[in-house]
Design a protein around this ligand. Structure first.
Ligand SMILES: [Zn+2]
Length: 230
């Protein structure tokens, strides 16, 4: 391999590894952030459902109290009518009909509220489970990051320390092109196959491929600008 290409390769290997490590770290910490957000979202939904469930309980209790009151009123009215102690029989009969209607309505409401409560309890079980799973996912994501964090940081620090002399060894004439490729997040080195760039599929003049293979010259791919590997 041409000595200049070796210099480019040395630097590229370092920078490429640097990119890989940063991407890996970003992936791991991104997974933690996503897990935290998912758990918070799940908890918010659960909190809302819990508040709605509590409101249902309150409504059911209120309804039950009214039901007890009206049931007592019904019994009292009935007793008056049956015992013949009602001061106004027709009015008492009217009142009984009204009270019976109200009791009927309250009983229907009680049943509806009970059904709603059961459905809400069922939903709560699912929501609690989702929050638990989200918490477990968060723990796992943190563990995955924790397992790699120190090693990634250590390797990045090592790369940073090793880079200056390797960067300095890159001949001046390649520095601008190399910096440009890095800026555009493109591969500095590309493989060729059958006179085509393996990265961008551009045809490479045969002369360049031959000279690259012989190590007599350093060439770039006319398509992506990456240096050709022998
Ligand atoms: Zn190319």
């Amino acid at each position: 391999m041409h000595a200049d290409l070796v210099a480019i390769s040395n630097l590229w290997q370092l920078d490429h590894r640097n990119d890989e490590l940063r991407a890996e770290h970003e992936g791991l910490s991104g997974a933690v952030r996503a897990a935290v957000a998912a758990q918070a979202a799940g908890q918010a939904v659960l909190d809302t459902a819990l508040a709605e469930r509590a409101a249902l309980t309150t409504r059911a209790r209120q309804n039950d109290r009214e039901l007890v009151d009206y049931a007592e009123k019904r019994d009292r009215t009935r007793k008056m009518i049956d015992g013949g102690t009602a001061p106004d029989y027709a009015a008492a009969e009217r009142q009984l009909r009204q009270v019976l209607e109200i009791v009927d309505r309250l009983e229907t409401t009680a049943l509806e509220l009970m059904e709603q409560g059961e459905a809400a309890d069922k939903a709560l079980v699912t929501l609690r489970k989702a929050v638990e799973e989200a918490a477990a996912a968060q723990t796992a994501a943190r563990a995955a990051l924790g397992a790699r964090d120190a090693a990634i940081r250590a390797e990045l620090t090592d790369i940073l320390a090793r880079r200056p002399p390797i960067a300095a060894a890159l001949p001046h004439e390649y520095q601008g092109g190399y910096a440009q490729l890095r800026q555009r997040k493109k591969a500095a080195l590309v493989n060729t196959k059958d006179n085509s760039c393996q990265t961008c599929q551009t045809r490479i003049p045969a002369q360049r491929v031959v000279e690259t293979a012989l190590g007599t010259a350093v060439h770039v791919c006319p398509g992506c600008g990456g240096w050709l590997l022998p």
